[in-house]
Design a protein around this ligand. Sequence first.
Ligand SMILES: NC(=O)c1ccc[n+]([C@@H]2O[C@H](COP(=O)([O-])OP(=O)(O)OC[C@H]3O[C@@H](n4cnc5c(N)ncnc54)[C@H](OP(=O)(O)O)[C@@H]3O)[C@@H](O)[C@H]2O)c1
Length: 243
Amino acid sequence: MNIKEKRIVITGGTSGIGYEIVKQLHPHNELIVISRDSTKINALAKKFNGVVTIQADLSNLKEVETIADSIVKRFESIDVLINNAASQHTPTFLDNEFDYESISKEITLNFTSVCCLSYLLLPALLHEKKSVILNMNSGLGLAPKTSSAIYCGTKGAINIFSQSLRYQLEDSNISVQQAFLALVDTAMTKGRGKNKLTATEAASMIIRGIEQDVAENYIGKVKLLRALLRISPSLAKRILKNN
Ligand SMILES: NC(=O)c1ccc[n+]([C@@H]2O[C@H](COP(=O)([O-])OP(=O)(O)OC[C@H]3O[C@@H](n4cnc5c(N)ncnc54)[C@H](OP(=O)(O)O)[C@@H]3O)[C@@H](O)[C@H]2O)c1
């Protein structure tokens, strides 16, 4: 797909990788950005002329349903849906700072809202031209680390969901894709990890993957992780465990 003059819905476009995707796609496309923080949303709307911004907390399914309904009513068709927004609560279950309330919010944002938005926006995605649902994933969706168990679980779920949805939609115009990212330097990974990709690099590799119709786009060190998972699964898991 040549990503020019497309109508693209992206969640979490106000910071990190999502923001960089917005920045790179804005000049030639119509963008609809869904994010939570109204100050950041207003700043985005001022910076990128013509971008449609929608404020919603995607960890609340009522809000997901309301905005999906308004998008389908307002826009006849959508070419690309990028399910990018996610959060990561890093403490382990044994840490004092583990927040019990975060469990269902994180699952709803990272997984359930992705399933719901994909379903609820289908009427706008199903049409005669090619369209894409891109789900943002992580190396942690292939092999977990010790901390962030809920995050790892949701990314594993996104992986299986995306493959099954791809089967369901294989005779339609919709291509279901995933981008599996290595560590990227964003607010989510602040103070953690080394040799991270920049959000700009990650965004351009993600966009190239959509353009080249790559069903499973392994980005950065995830390519190595995948190879290692084939050659020596136990070594790969050990490396990721303490990542
Ligand atoms: N960074 C990495 O190393 C890495 C690695 C692998 C995969 N990924 C994946 O890449 C994607 C983007 O991550 P990132 O690092 O760019 O994260 P980020 O910088 O923390 O940005 C997350 C975005 O999601 C939005 N968001 C968070 N909670 C929300 C909610 N409840 N409702 C609506 N929007 C919400 C945020 O908007 P507000 O600020 O307005 O809340 C923000 O725009 C995620 O799916 C993540 O799992 C990242």
